[in-house]
Write a protein that binds this ligand. Structure first.
Ligand code: SF4
Ligand code: SF4
Length: 213
C-alpha cells in the first residue's frame, strides 16, 4: 500500500519544509461547507469537492486501510456506541446511513488505525475542531455541527429542543427494538429520513435564494 504520510509530505505531519497549515485548510473547509444547506449529512462526493487534496488523500489512506483490514467492522462501532448515536445498533452491523454520515463521523478515526497513523488521525480531528471554531455562531456550519452533537446525545440536556428528524429516528429504532419492524426495514427508514431532511433543506435554500433575487 502507498504510504501517503511518508511519500507525499502529508500536511498533517510535522515537516519543516512544508509546515502544517490546519488553520488555512479549516477556514476554507468551513467557507465551503457553508454553502451546503443540508448539513450535517453529506455524501463523499459533496465533501470531496470541498476538501483540499491533502485531506482527500488522508481520508483515502485511512479508508483503504479500513477496507483492507476491516478495522471498524471488527471493532463493531465502539465510538458510535459510546457517543450514544441514535443510529447505532449492533443489529444493523454498521452505520445505516454510511454514505450520508455526518461530518463528525467522517473526521473521526482512532488509535486502532495504528501508531504509524497517529499523526494523521490527530490531524483530521484538529482540522474538524478548527473548522467548527471558524464558523460564525448560528451559521449553517455551526448549526450542522450542533445537529451532529444532538445525534450523538453528547451535549443534550433534558430541556434541549429536539429536531423532528432526531425524534423520528428514535421512534424508528424503538420500533425495531420492540420487533415491530425488521432491522433491515429500520435501515431503509433511517435513510428515508435523511433523504427527506436533505430535500427539505435544499428546497428551503432554493426558496430563500429565489426570494433574494
Ligand atoms: S473509529 Fe475506532 S472506535 Fe470507531 S468504529 Fe472505527 S475502530 Fe471502532
Ligand atoms: S451516524 Fe456516525 S456515529 Fe452514528 S452510527 Fe453512523 S457513523 Fe456511527
Amino acid at each position: 500500500m502507498r504510504r501517503l504520510d511518508k511519500e507525499e509530505g502529508c500536511l498533517f505531519l510535522p515537516n519543516p519544509q512544508a509546515p502544517m497549515n490546519t488553520e488555512r485548510i479549516a477556514r476554507k473547509l468551513c467557507q465551503n461547507l457553508e454553502r451546503l444547506p443540508y448539513l450535517p449529512f453529506v455524501t463523499d462526493e459533496e465533501l470531496g469537492e470541498r476538501l483540499d487534496p491533502e485531506v482527500i488523500q488522508a481520508f483515502r489512506l485511512l479508508e483503504s486501510l479500513n477496507r483492507a483490514q476491516g478495522i471498524c467492522y471488527r471493532c463493531g462501532g465502539k465510538c458510535c456506541h459510546e457517543m450514544g448515536c441514535e443510529l447505532f445498533s449492533p443489529e444493523l452491523g454498521g452505520c445505516p446511513i454510511a454514505d450520508y454520515r455526518p461530518l463528525l463521523c467522517r473526521f473521526h478515526y482512532c488509535e486502532k488505525f495504528g501508531p504509524e497513523h497517529e499523526g494523521l488521525v490527530k490531524g483530521l480531528r484538529d482540522l474538524f475542531v478548527s473548522a467548527a471554531a471558524h464558523g460564525e455562531a448560528e451559521s449553517r456550519v455551526v448549526l450542522g455541527l450542533e445537529l451532529n452533537m444532538l445525534l450523538y446525545r453528547a451535549c443534550r440536556k433534558p430541556d434541549d429542543h429536539c429536531p423532528h428528524l432526531v425524534e423520528n429516528m428514535r421512534q424508528i429504532a424503538a420500533a425495531a427494538h420492540r420487533g415491530e419492524m425488521s432491522w433491515q426495514e429500520a435501515k431503509g427508514k433511517f435513510r428515508e429520513e435523511v433523504e427527506t431532511y436533505r430535500s427539505m433543506k435544499q428546497q428551503e435554500a432554493n426558496l430563500a435564494l429565489a426570494g433574494a433575487d
